[in-house]
Design a protein around this ligand. Structure first.
Ligand code: GTQ
Length: 342
């Protein structure tokens, strides 16, 4: 009786665009994150052939960005690697140009293979090498080109799903393939990324004014610091990329990190509310996520969903780059971590 009344009530109010909360409350307000995102690993050796095949199928110019999207297996067709973030592998062949455009989505590039292709951001070119972390801030003009004689591959990380959720996507193409160059190569790194700032510098945007964080410097910092033997039980030696203007994350929507796991490292259990995308820069090892084991090697990408227990193990010295939506969660007071054991 009551059930029939409730069903009739539900369909009656549905005509007024109303719905009873009591049907959905448990699914909306969950005691813990309940994510469609699943743990996953992409082995570079296994995906590289498809990436190279895409190079023969379409040019960078025609594709605008020739990218194979890393689709989380729990969210097929949605162009997301985690619930809030997008990632893809971008290929640019010798002589190609990916034409200039800009969009409100922020992008990061993490270089996987090759040397000597460039990204130009707001009129400054930066040549890229393996392990470099490069930023394209929201609404900055950018084009990519490869003047080397080898293919170049990098991982793109963008806040596409987040911007989509907020209905805040704007984009436009530049009338020419390349945006004109306005500054010399290396200018931003010298000006803002050397422990110095110009005397009268005023912070202008939400992203770091440094837009290439070269791997050589990052690696050297890790190598020098490791001598202190101060290992975090969960993370080994983990550093955060920062905006030198204010010590905040380098980008407003995506936090980026680099960590060293020494040979033989067997990490303690960890989880946090930000799903993490990892890119293996050096070494071999594995990450146990819940009951699954993901064996990884250099250039592989893997993802740990929100609030999933995981621990890292390294068979040789390993270096891992990672990114997540942590800056957003922290600014909103939502971020949590748990270093406890299961
Ligand atoms: O390089 O601008 O992987 O706009 C996806 C969207 C790369 C880029 C992607 C983009 C870009």
């Amino acid at each position: 009786m009551a059930k029939r009344d409730r069903e009739a009530f539900r369909s009656a109010i549905g005509r007024q665009n109303l719905a009873p909360l009591w049907d959905v409350l448990d699914a909306l307000v969950t005691p813990e994150p309940r994510s469609a995102c699943r743990p996953a690993l992409w082995r570079y050796q296994e995906v590289r052939p498809a990436l190279m095949e895409s190079g023969a199928l379409i040019s960078a110019k025609e594709a605008v960005r020739r990218v194979l999207v890393l689709e989380n297996p729990g969210m097929p067709g949605q162009s997301r690697i985690t619930t809030s973030l997008y990632a893809g592998l971008q290929l640019i062949l010798p002589g190609e140009v990916a034409p200039a455009h800009r969009h409100t989505q922020s992008a990061l590039r993490f270089v996987i293979e090759g040397e000597g292709a460039y990204t130009a951001v707001s009129g400054e070119k930066t040549l890229m090498r393996e392990g470099d972390f490069v930023i394209t801030p929201s609404w900055a003009w950018h084009d990519h080109g490869n003047e080397s004689d080898r293919p170049m591959v990098w991982m793109d990380g963008l806040d596409i799903p987040l911007v989509q959720f907020l209905d805040a996507s704007f984009a436009e193409n530049y009338p020419e393939d390349r945006h004109p160059l306005e500054r010399r190569e290396g200018d931003s790194l010298a000006r803002y990324g050397s422990g110095l700032l110009p005397l009268d510098h005023q912070p202008a945007g939400a992203s770091s004014p440094v837009f290439n964080y070269p791997y050589a410097r990052t690696r050297e910092a890790l190598e020098t610091m490791r001598r202190g033997e101060e290992w975090d039980p969960c993370h080994g030696l983990k550093l955060r990329y920062v905006n030198p203007e204010n010590g905040d994350f380098a980008m407003p929507t995506m936090g980026t990190f680099m960590q060293l796991l020494p040979k033989g490292f067997a990490g303690a259990d960890y989880r946090s509310s930000d799903a993490m995308v990892f890119n293996v820069v050096e070494g071999k090892g594995r990450t146990r996520i819940g009951d699954e084991v993901f064996d990884w090697a250099a250039r592989d990408v893997f993802v740990v969903p929100s609030w999933h227990h995981h621990r890292h193990e390294a068979d040789e010295d390993a270096v891992l780059f990672s990114f997540s939506d942590r800056p957003v969660q922290q600014k909103l007071g939502l971020w949590r971590e748990d270093r406890g054991n299961r």
